[in-house]
Structures are given as structure tokens and as C-alpha cells.
Design a protein around this ligand. Structure first.
Ligand code: UT7
Length: 338
């Protein structure tokens, strides 16, 4: 039995926010954002739209491409509609599915790769045959839009991406659209770095009250990041885990046709690619248009790559991510159908 991830889809809000737009509300500039991150625009929700709304829209696209029952949902986000429950149950309800299990994955920027590994494992043990995997975020309503929050606020976009993971006996006769065989994955975490990239409040770590007006005034309800440290670790860990995964499967970077990394910073992806020995044209970036959509960057990237006709049968695709936790990982895929 092989697991294939297929029928990729994405949902992006309609409100395009340019760097110029941001420079009107905080002390930043198009030049700074483009030079330091590569981001030119991102899309933010413009009317009440929840993370599960975007996740559901993306999921509908996957189910339109490949109609049929799904036996479980795995939904990854760091920006759920509510503190609890997670978005998985809302996606189940909004899609009108029968009461299938809905797993919620956190793992931030690695959420989609963690979700794919779970789906692959559940398919391989024979528990479920067809699983919807979705990564979605609404960041825009949770950012500090003042100059105090500029190092973070300019980075993030809203969006969702999804696919269906399915067990197949023989991927060579594959008929499902946009299909990638999951060759393998390697995931890691190191919680020593929780405070380097986090949103501290509200949380049960705080006694006797999770949230106060003072904490709100201090901006402790917004994400905070030690940018330079995260940058250094991201380059090191994404390179390391990619090499390790390739070598475990008897491959090298020379076998990779397309690298579809997480989208946190164009400079991070360039450095990882050069350390792996990949050319710039082998790296698939979407951050210029969409910013960092966290758990959604990789399914959005794969969806765009398929739509652009960039993936052809037989090609090897490497994906890698790094984010809050710290968590990091890589997944190796083989295109079975474009
Ligand atoms: O997806 C999860 C993982 N996230 C990441 O991997 C992000 C990793 N980190 C990064 O991508 C980069 O560290 C940033 C893009 C966040 C920042 O770039 P940097 O080159 O590391 O800049 P910096 O934080 O060292 O800041 C340089 C200067 C500072 O001013 P001073 O102290 O040199 O006067 C900042 O205050 O840039 C200033 N700055 C800004 N200026 C204009 C910070 N944010 C902005 C801004 N606009 N938006």
C-alpha cells in the first residue's frame, strides 16, 4: 500500500494588502520588507471570516477535484476560531460530512507536514483509506498593527490549503488529479526554544488569570519573535533534516526536481537551497504574493505548482519547514500525476 496526497486546493481571501498599505499604518517601508523577506503582498480577510471558513473553502476544492467520502479530517492551524474546540470539527460540520473523526494539529509552520505524516501513518496501518488534510490560518486579526509589532505584522498572511491523502495499491495506474506519492518524512521538535517565537497569552501557564487588561496593553496577546535566532535555526535545521531524509531514502539533492519549502522568508529558502546545492529555479516560492500563511504555506505552494504545470510524473519533490516550538521537518514526495 502506498499513500498518495492528491487533489490540492487553496483558499485565499480577496483583500490584497501591499507593503505600501502597511507603511501607512506603521513605521515600515516596501524597501525594508522586500529586502529582508521577499514579501510584496499578502491577503487578509475583509469581513468576518474564520480559519475554519478558509479551511472549508480549500477542502471543498479538494473534494470537487476528487468527489467521495472522507473517513477522517486532520486540520492544522495556530489560529483556531476559538481557544477550543479546534477547527477540525467546524470543517466537518461546514462540509456536511458524517460524524467522522477530526484531528487537530498545532505545530505551527510545520503543521501541514505533521498532518501529512499522521495521515500517511493512519492510511498505512489500515485505519482509514481517505483522509482530508488541511492547513489554514487567519493571522490578520491577531497582529499588532502598531510600529511595536512591525517585525511580525508585515510577515503574515491569511489563507488555507488542502489535499486528500489516500491509500492506493499501485500508484502507477493513478487516476486521481495532482497526485504525489508520500515517500517518507522526518519530523523533529525542541521545546527549549518555546519563548523564541510564541504568543504567550492567554494560556494556562498563567496564574491566577490567563489574561488581564495590563497584558493586553503590553501587547502580550500578540505573537513575539526573536527574528535573528529563528532565522539562524531555520536555515540550519531545514538543511539538516532535508539532507538526512534524502540520505535515508538513498537520494541526494541532485535527485530533487522541485523544492517546495515553508514560506517564512525568501532569504531562508535561498540559503537552504544553496546549502543543499539546489539552483534558484528549483525552489518554488509563493511568499512574494501571499506572505507567511504558516500551516497553509506548503499545500498552497503545491497547489500553485500543480496549477502552473510545474510538476510532472516521476519528479521528486522535497518539502521542508521550520517554526515555533521549535519544530522542523521534511517530507519527500514523488509526482505520480500532474
Ligand atoms: O514561519 C516561522 C518562522 N519564522 C521565521 O523563520 C522568521 C525568521 N526571521 C526573519 O525572517 C527575520 O529575522 C525578520 C524578517 C523577522 C527580520 O529581519 P532581520 O534582518 O533579522 O532584521 P532585525 O530583526 O535584525 O531588525 C533589523 C532592523 C531593526 O532596527 P535596528 O535595531 O537595526 O535599528 C528593526 O527594528 O529592522 C527594524 N525592523 C523594521 N524596519 C522596518 C524590524 N521590522 C521592521 C519593519 N520595517 N517591518
Amino acid at each position: 500500500m502506498k499513500s498518495i496526497a492528491h487533489s490540492f486546493s487553496m483558499s485565499i481571501p480577496t483583500r490584497k494588502v501591499t507593503n505600501e498599505d502597511l507603511s501607512r499604518v506603521m513605521d515600515t517601508s516596501n524597501e525594508w520588507i522586500v529586502q529582508r523577506t521577499g514579501i510584496e503582498s499578502r491577503y487578509w480577510v475583509e469581513s468576518p471570516t474564520t480559519t475554519s471558513d478558509l479551511a472549508t473553502q480549500a477542502a471543498r476544492g479538494s473534494l470537487d477535484r476528487s468527489p467521495g467520502a472522507v473517513e477522517a479530517i486532520i486540520a492544522a492551524t495556530l489560529s483556531p476560531d476559538y481557544s477550543f474546540p479546534g477547527i477540525g470539527v467546524s470543517v466537518q460540520h461546514k462540509l456536511g460530512l458524517p460524524p467522522v473523526p477530526a484531528f487537530d494539529v498545532r505545530n505551527q509552520c510545520c503543521g501541514f507536514l505533521y498532518g501529512l505524516e499522521m495521515a500517511d501513518a493512519l492510511v498505512q496501518v489500515g485505519k482509514y483509506r481517505r483522509i482530508l488534510v488541511v492547513g489554514a490560518e487567519v493571522h490578520s486579526t491577531g497582529l499588532d498593527m502598531s510600529t511595536r509589532g512591525r517585525d511580525i505584522a508585515v510577515l503574515f498572511g491569511d489563507g488555507a490549503g488542502s489535499c486528500i491523502v489516500e491509500g492506493v495499491e499501485d500508484s502507477r495506474s493513478e487516476t486521481r488529479p495532482q497526485a504525489l506519492e508520500i515517500i517518507g518524512s522526518e519530523l523533529h521538535s525542541d521545546g527549549a526554544h518555546v519563548e523564541e517565537l510564541w504568543c504567550e497569552h492567554p494560556g494556562s501557564a498563567h496564574f491566577p488569570t490567563r489574561i488581564t487588561q495590563e497584558l493586553v496593553a503590553e501587547g502580550k496577546v500578540f505573537p513575539l519573535m526573536n527574528g535573528r535566532k529563528v532565522f539562524e535555526h531555520a536555515v540550519k535545521r531545514m538543511t539538516e533534516v532535508s539532507m538526512s531524509l534524502l540520505s535515508r531514502h538513498g537520494l541526494s539533492a541532485a535527485d530533487v526536481n522541485l523544492f517546495v519549502p515553508h514560506q517564512a522568508n525568501l532569504r531562508i529558502n535561498s540559503l537552504v537551497a544553496s546549502q543543499l546545492g539546489l539552483r534558484e529555479d528549483q525552489v518554488w516560492n509563493t511568499i512574494q504574493n501571499f506572505g507567511n500563511t504558516t500551516a497553509a504555506t506548503i499545500p498552497i505552494g503545491l497547489s500553485c505548482a500543480f496549477e502552473a504545470g510545474r510538476l510532472e510524473p516521476g519528479q521528486i519533490v522535497l518539502s521542508a519547514a521550520f517554526g515555533s516550538g521549535f519544530t522542523w521537518g521534511a517530507t519527500l514526495l514523488k509526482v505520480v500525476r500532474g
